[in-house]
Ligand binder design. Structure first.
Ligand SMILES: [Mg+2]
Length: 384
């Protein structure tokens, strides 16, 4: 085992570790556009609605690494991005194109491994049939090469024996690299990382941990799991396990998530419906293309707002029958978002910090054929 100072009891032996690859396509929307515009390779490029003036409300969807060097990042207001990088070329998004290319990338991954679980339009877990770190790295290299040669896409790959660690490794591998973390190296790998680097740790949890003097993941290793369970629930236990190098797998990589969500945090809290609606639409489009390329239908839609004061309100609709396609998702999400917004307006109004759109009850398209008439809304104003 490794020499990390806080390593707890080693986990019980469970047979040889299963290696998995977390493949994350680099600046995916930009990469899709550069295939058609090779003259822009190496230049600052931003995918998003071009800002039309100082009052423009659009946001950056994806930025090339050359644009990121100027401080441009996704979800940034277009106006701010243009100020930082006035020479960038703006390209309006073409979600149908991104969906097609994502489908081709998924097919490519499936040629390389018996099992592939997509997590978003540009991220997937690949489970090759390999039993050593070297073979896992070789599989990652082969996939990276194929994505580049056949589809013109760059990818960062994290290699580990847990999905959580592989995902964190892929973040460290950006752009275009491979980071391998062997099971005995997990504690040492995560120790220096800021707590925010753990998927699931958002600004609120980060603040909470900082208040207790916990800055890095390594700081968590000396806690008893129960220390964090009081404030963070089961997630607190997972954080301590991760810090000790024995991450539990909360999300099964065998079947993939049965729901999926996309969210957007405004740079400044949004206080107008006109600013919120296009974001809801964009998130719905993103989810619809991700779900469509896996040939899934959805049986429920949810929308949640995190308000400026961090309180969270959500609404969801269970559909009478599974649906597919961006129109159904967009309409339902907009309807729910408007309800949330109007209820809040009636109560005096609060600005919105984060918008999340979620699709639930994902099922294979072949399972049940539904007609539009079966669509029957059911409102559940649940609060979490
Ligand atoms: Mg990506």
């Amino acid at each position: 085992m490794g020499s990390a100072p806080f390593l707890g009891e080693p986990p019980p032996p469970r047979g040889p570790p299963r290696w998995l690859l977390y493949v994350d396509l680099d600046a995916f929307y930009v990469a899709c556009e550069l295939r058609d515009r090779p003259g822009l390779v190496g230049r600052p490029v931003i995918v998003g609605p071009p800002p039309t003036g100082p009052a423009s409300r659009g946001v950056v969807l994806s930025a090339s690494y050359e644009a990121r060097a100027f401080g441009v990042h996704s979800a940034q207001p277009a106006v701010a991005a243009q100020r930082l990088c006035p020479d960038a070329t703006w390209i309006p998004p073409d979600f149908a194109k991104y969906g097609r290319i994502a489908e081709a990338a998924l097919a490519l991954l499936r040629r390389h491994a018996p099992r592939v679980v997509p997590y978003s339009i540009d991220e997937a877990v690949v489970l090759p049939d390999v039993h050593s770190a070297d073979s896992a790295r070789a599989a990652a290299e082969a996939i990276q090469r194929a994505l580049h040669d056949e589809l013109g896409l760059g990818a960062s790959v994290g290699v580990a024996t847990s999905r959580l660690v592989a995902k964190m490794a892929s973040d460290r591998a950006k752009p275009g690299k491979i980071v391998v973390v062997a099971p005995e190296a997990v504690a040492a790998f995560v120790a220096p990382l800021p707590v925010r680097a753990v998927p699931g740790v958002g600004p609120r949890t980060e603040e909470l941990l900082h208040d207790r003097g916990l800055e890095t993941v390594g700081d968590l290793a000396r806690l008893r799991p129960s220390d964090l369970v009081r404030t963070l629930g089961g997630f607190g236990r997972e954080l301590v396990a991760l810090a000790r190098g024995t991450p539990s797998e909360a999300i099964g990589e065998e079947t993939g998530p049965r729901s999926r969500s996309a969210d957007h945090t405004f740079e400044r809290d949004a206080d107008a419906w006109e600013a919120i609606a296009p974001v809801v639409e964009g998130l719905a489009e993103e989810l619809a293309s991700s779900v469509a390329r896996e040939r899934l239908r959805f049986g429920g839609v949810g929308v949640a707002f995190r308000w400026g004061d961090f309180e969270r309100t959500q609404r969801s609709r269970t559909l009478a029958a599974a649906r597919e396609g961006p129109a159904a998702l967009r309409e339902t999400a907009l309807y729910l978002a408007r309800q949330l917004w109007q209820a809040e307006e009636g109560a005096g109004g609060r600005p919105v910090r984060t918008v999340s759109v979620r699709v639930e009850r994902l099922a294979d398209r072949t399972q049940h054929q539904a007609s539009l008439e079966e669509f029957e809304p059911r409102r559940s104003p649940s609060v979490k």
